[in-house]
Ligand binder design. Structure first.
Ligand code: HEC
Length: 139
């Protein structure tokens, strides 16, 4: 008798804990879109700037690109300088449509390319534009 109560108790425990993980999964799905707003939701240049700034941190760009100092990648200011001088297009670079013009050392290009092939390709055009707006705003 005692044994069956224990088994019942255990079954109830597993049942409850399974239910909880499911709830958490659902919660995560609901929370996700907050980080990546749907296409067309941002309209003004301020929206792009805010989104770009947020993405630059959340998508780890900031780990390799500081505003002033070279860390692993060139500083944002150095990137801006060369893109302005050479009339480059940051969005085209991020889409893999134009080659590197800031640091053309093959080892360095490979580091950035790993990002482009890894997660940058999953960003929407709007998110890429926002990143470019934010980067260009760093003066
Ligand atoms: C692991 C480090 C790392 C991360 C993370 C990273 N980058 Fe880079 N990035 C580099 C390196 C190294 C270079 C220099 C090579 C080059 O210029 O392509 C570079 C170059 C660039 C350039 C200049 C490309 C050119 O024309 O030469 C841009 C623009 C850029 N990164 C944007 C970004 C953005 C936006 C993100 C986040 C989505 C990002 N990077 C994340 C390392 C990184």
């Amino acid at each position: 008798m005692k044994k069956s109560i224990l088994i019942l108790g255990l079954a109830a425990f597993f049942f409850v804990s399974c239910g909880e993980t499911k709830k958490e999964e659902v919660k995560k799905e609901v929370e996700a879109p907050v980080e990546a707003p749907a296409e067309g939701k941002i309209k003004t240049s301020d929206d792009y700037l805010a989104l770009g700034k947020e993405l630059f941190t959340s998508k780890t760009c900031v780990t390799c690109h500081q505003p002033d100092a070279k860390v692993i990648g060139p500083s944002i200011k150095d990137i801006n300088k060369i893109y302005t001088e050479k009339g480059g297009n940051i969005v085209a670079f991020l889409k893999g449509e134009s080659p590197a013009i800031v640091d053309t050392d093959p080892g360095q290009v490979a580091i950035m390319k790993a990002n482009l092939d890894g997660f940058v390709k999953n960003l929407t055009s709007e998110e890429l534009a926002a990143l470019a707006v934010y980067m260009s705003s760093v003066k």
